[in-house]
Design a protein around this ligand. Structure first.
Ligand code: PMP
Length: 281
């Protein structure tokens, strides 16, 4: 397959990235993952917009603009013949001898990207289980940064307990998943953490909020207490790679009857309608 390296498309063995890259030393960079449905990028503008916002929040100027980035990502998806899958793109602050402060003029960000094709056949909207994990991340979770150590540790802890995702909470206040946003449904009302520095403003979350608006589905953008999630009628998580995934259990305690509830199902149907039309085969 072909990779993106700055403004070029290259094969894996042609890629050289410096051992002094600040992404490697400090996780000093930002990234995005964009889904491809039927060969078409979904919500590409929102993802690319967020990439440039993340870059700007860490005071990093990317060497080319959003339009060019979009063209390059589209080209990469086309070159690799991706029909169902995703594209990953990241930008680091560049390569320079290791000092914490920004490198001087002349050091330019390094942009890399790859594509991933999903297995043949529709990915089942499987029901997932969550494990609660203390959210030990920093105070700028709104930035989609390469510093994912706390997320990695949380996801690993969830997996070691046989769960698919970690449900992060700060001292008992639920924030989001380790790589997803989370929503609870109680008495017909959806509860989710408001957009703030404590969560990533997920693109899938935005699409789900749009669906809620269109369906007249009430949403309470207030943080949930961890102790309250176990008795919610329904629970689901959202992310670019999984779309809307119903949650069957949290910390081994079944949610509802353990199957996707009516609100989750209605949102999944509304979400599906927003996806690019499947290509005729
Ligand atoms: N929160 C975190 C911490 C994430 O890593 C992700 C996935 N990138 C999300 C939420 C979901 O965001 P999106 O819907 O844009 O993929």
């Amino acid at each position: 397959s072909t990779y993106l390296l700055n403004d070029r498309f290259v094969k894996e063995d042609e890629i050289t990235v410096s051992i002094e890259d600040r992404g490697y030393y400090f996780g000093d960079g930002v990234y995005e993952v964009i889904r491809v449905y039927g060969g078409i990028l979904f919500t590409a503008d929102e993802h690319i917009g967020r990439l440039y916002e993340s870059a700007s929040k860490i005071r990093m100027d990317l060497p080319y603009g959003e339009e060019e980035m979009k063209a390059k990502i589209e080209q990469l998806v086309k070159d690799n013949g991706i029909i169902e899958g995703h594209v990953y793109v990241q930008a680091t602050r560049g390569a320079a001898p290791r000092v914490h402060q920004f490198p001087g003029e002349g050091v330019v960000p390094v942009i890399t990207g790859y594509t991933k094709a999903y297995g043949q056949g529709a990915e089942p909207a499987e029901t997932v289980s969550l494990k609660s994990v203390e959210d030990i991340r920093w105070m700028r979770c709104d930035i989609k940064s390469l510093n994912l150590l706390a997320n990695v540790l949380a996801k690993q802890e969830a997996h070691e307990h046989g769960c698919y995702e970690a449900l992060l909470h700060r001292g008992g206040t639920v924030t989001e998943g380790s790589s997803s946003n989370v929503f609870g449904v109680k008495d017909g009302v959806i509860h989710t953490h408001p957009v703030s520095n404590f969560i990533l403003n997920g693109i899938t979350r935005r699409v789900v909020m749009e669906c809620c608006e269109e369906l007249g589905q009430p949403v309470h953008e207030q943080p949930m207490a961890l102790e309250d999630v176990y008795t919610m009628d329904e629970f689901f998580m959202t992310s670019t790679t999984n779309g809307i995934a119903p949650v069957s259990a949290i910390d081994g305690r079944q949610i509802g009857d353990g199957r996707p509830g009516p609100v989750t199902k209605a949102l999944m149907a509304a979400f599906d309608k927003k996806l690019p039309a499947p290509v005729a085969s």
